[in-house]
Design a protein around this ligand. Structure first.
Ligand code: URA
Length: 255
């Protein structure tokens, strides 16, 4: 890690630190960064500042940066903006999600083809008519990796909400499920629109990557099926995260 003199405002890293890396694996949780880096060759820690923990490693000799985005659009947008300024061109979000269609099980993964922009941040990047669309080739590689590893996956639209509780219609909030009228019945609306699941960052990240002429994709491990439960079973969380990481890292090796 280089001290003091950084090229970007928040990340605590320089262009030289990335050793030419053009691919970033971006989980939300800083704690997942070393877990992802373990699957790369020669992992080394770069920096940990605010919500942004970063490691560098290689995949088949190609440099890859792993960096957390924190939760939600505003911090994810800073992460993508500043990594792009440092030369990153391909962004793969590795997240977790709550499924809203009954056929999806905890432990499955969702490969997002596009995200519903229920965030505020992406509106600062592009008007709401602009699609938060994933890069076709990255999606194709994620599908190939899931099939190779025998991981059950679902391909489709996710909804990205700025709030974990109100926007996702959770009943376990402080106000016991109360939401103001614009957000009422959001789960039902999204289910009827065939949205697969809720998470919090893809809408921002995929708007940025599509609008900037970069490549972005998102794979999320299903922690809970919201048609049956609000809370994940603690026993499944570790495996869900590991399996999602394995598919994401494997996708880097697919031509
Ligand atoms: N992340 C979310 O945003 N929602 C969930 O239900 C699970 C993970």
């Amino acid at each position: 890690m280089s001290e003091g003199n950084h090229d970007v405002f928040h990340l605590g890293i320089n262009r030289e630190d990335l050793e030419g890396a053009e691919i970033a694996l971006i989980p939300g949780d800083p704690g997942r960064v070393p877990k992802i880096a373990e699957y790369l060759e020669n992992p080394k820690k770069l920096a940990f500042t605010r919500e942004y923990q970063s490691y560098l490693g290689t995949s088949n000799g190609t440099p890859v940066v792993v960096m957390s985005t924190g939760i939600g659009g505003p911090s994810a947008a800073i992460a993508v903006e500043e990594l792009a300024l440092l030369g990153v061109k391909r962004f793969l979000r590795i997240g977790t999600t709550g499924a809203i269609q009954p056929h999806i099980e905890p432990g499955d993964v969702i490969i997002t083809t596009a995200a519903v922009r229920m965030d505020g941040t992406s509106r600062h990047i592009a008007p709401i008519e602009f699609p938060a669309a994933a890069n076709f080739h990255m999606v194709r590689r994620l599908v190939g990796a899931a099939e190779k590893l025998g991981q059950r996956y679902h391909l489709g639209v996710s909804a990205s909400s700025d709030t974990f509780y109100q926007g996702q219609g959770r009943q376990d909030s402080f106000r016991k499920g109360f939401v103001h009228r614009e957000l009422r019945n959001k789960i039902e609306e999204m289910q009827n629109l065939n949205v697969l699941s809720f998470e919090m960052e893809a809408g921002t990240v995929l708007t940025q990557t599509a609008a900037y002429g970069l490549a972005g994709a998102c794979i999320s491990g299903v922690l809970v099926n919201r048609t049956r439960a609000e809370f994940p079973d603690a026993a499944v969380i570790g495996d869900v995260v590991q399996n999602t990481i394995k598919v994401a890292v494997e996708s880097l090796t697919i031509a």
